[in-house]
Design a protein around this ligand. Structure first.
Ligand SMILES: [Mn+2]
Length: 305
């Protein structure tokens, strides 16, 4: 079984793995969970051979006893019982995508799948890294422009944003057929239209508090990161967004001008026992239901606002 992340890099990594090793059962964790819950564990354990792509599953060692292979580029610690744990992070190297990890490990010739993985994780920032030459090469080989590749990424990512777990799996086979099949897929285009409207609607409700912009939303979709980015980049101000879901509150903060490093806040959230991650300019955290506001107050306190 192939267990893969639900985003473009996870989807294209699964596609590359299938090209290399043949068809296998595909599985993606419940969307939004960077771990396997009890149901997911049960399902994954039904398979003797487990390949984990583009995910650092915190309790992967619970799968020891199975034949485990892990290919990833996230921050991780070595899973000792794995038959192979190939993650350049373990030897101090940062790779832009899981597709580039697979490319290196299996001497896979760079193609559109590798390029989509890079663009999925790095976005337009891919232009600043050395792997950009892979993307350029693919564009000229396949006669595509940058906007086509970015649109394909948006289309592939639209399935997880709409919480369509089965569609994420379908996308692995879709992208195996080719990039044109992705670009011409009506279902994915309808997703994209719907999501754009949903993001725009919430964006308009953000309130300006002077030093920062604040929004409390209630959407069942995985769009908080896109909403936060859209607001922060158009208002040019730190942006705090809370999304109240049935089973959790999601929290995001983004600093568009490097006013402050979110790394401190990630530590604060972790000390409070929450699942949090991010980088200098952005933090995302998952909180118990209805705890978002309280957490936002704590963040404002830490920032001294
Ligand atoms: Mn990735």
């Amino acid at each position: 079984m192939i267990v893969h992340h639900w985003d473009t890099d996870g989807i294209t990594s699964a596609a590359i793995y299938i090209k290399l090793h043949g068809e296998d059962e595909l599985f993606t964790p419940k969307i939004g969970n960077f771990y396997l819950d009890a149901d997911d564990f049960k399902k994954v354990k039904s398979s003797q051979k487990i390949v984990i792509l583009d995910m650092n599953l915190p309790e992967a060692s619970k799968l020891c006893g199975h034949e485990i292979y892990i290919y990833d580029h996230h921050r991780a610690t070595k899973v000792e019982c794995a038959k192979e744990h190939y993650n350049p992070y373990l030897w101090g190297k940062h790779y832009p995508s899981c597709t580039t990890v697979l490319m290196e490990r299996f001497s896979y010739k760079p193609n559109y799948l590798v390029a989509l993985g890079i663009l999925g994780d790095k976005g337009p920032d891919a232009k600043k890294i050395k792997e950009w030459r892979i993307v350029e090469r693919v564009m000229s080989d396949e006669n595509l422009i940058f906007d086509d590749l970015m649109l394909a990424v948006e289309l592939l990512d639209s399935s997880f944003k709409m919480n369509k777990r089965e569609e994420v799996i379908d996308n692995v086979h879709l992208v195996l057929h080719g990039i044109t099949e992705v670009l011409e897929n009506d279902k994915l285009h309808r997703n994209l239209e719907f999501i754009s409207k949903e993001i725009e609607n919430w964006k308009q409700r953000a309130e300006d508090y002077g030093r920062y912009v604040y929004l409390e939303m209630k959407s069942p979709y995985m769009i908080i990161s896109a909403v936060t980015r859209r607001i922060a980049w158009s208002e040019h101000k730190p942006t705090i967004v809370i999304n109240h879901k049935d089973d959790r509150d999601e929290f995001y903060i983004r600093f568009p001008n490097n006013e402050y490093s979110a790394l401190t806040l990630i530590e604060v959230a972790k000390k409070m026992g929450y699942n949090a991650g991010g980088k200098r300019e952005v933090m995302g955290a998952i909180l118990p239901p209805k705890r978002g506001k309280e957490f936002a107050e704590r963040v404002l306190e830490v920032l001294g606002w």
